[in-house]
Design a binder for this molecule. Structure first.
Ligand code: F3S
Ligand code: F3S
Length: 117
């Protein structure tokens, strides 16, 4: 099993999860962060740390985000060549995302701003 970062992280990237992961297996993309499934030890520390509830055990993902298990896995071997380096320290943030994340609209926060005017 592994934990998975799902859609609420996109364009938020709070990064509180980075401070609590004991094995440093959370890596940064352009619009989201991703958990390396071969390195995650299922310790659960990240799930309550995320303020937007983006992190789930893979077997508890809401149906609408079930494909994020594959999104997180593929980020390391298809989107990038990060692979499994054994920790995110020293791995620079990548300016790319899995295609599912890249395809998401970015207008939500602009809409909120416009409503307040
Ligand atoms: Fe994203 Fe939540 Fe971590 S917003 S960066 S999964 S704390
Ligand atoms: Fe780290 Fe969360 Fe896994 S804290 S070890 S990514 S469950």
């Amino acid at each position: 099993m592994t934990y998975v970062i799902a859609e609420p992280c996109v364009d938020i990237k709070d990064k509180a999860c980075l401070d609590v992961c004991p094995v440093d297996c959370i890596y940064e993309g352009n619009r989201s962060l991703y958990i390396q499934p071969d390195e995650c030890i299922d310790c659960h520390a990240c799930e309550p740390a995320c303020p937007v509830e983006a992190i789930f055990p893979a077997d508890e993902l809401p149906d609408e985000w079930a494909h994020y298990t594959e999104v997180n896995r593929a980020f390391f071997v298809e989107t990038t060549d990060i692979g499994s380096p054994g920790g995110a320290a020293g791995v620079p943030a990548r300016q790319v995302d899995h295609p599912v994340v890249s395809a998401l609209p970015t207008a939500s926060r602009d809409a909120v701003t416009n409503q307040s005017e």
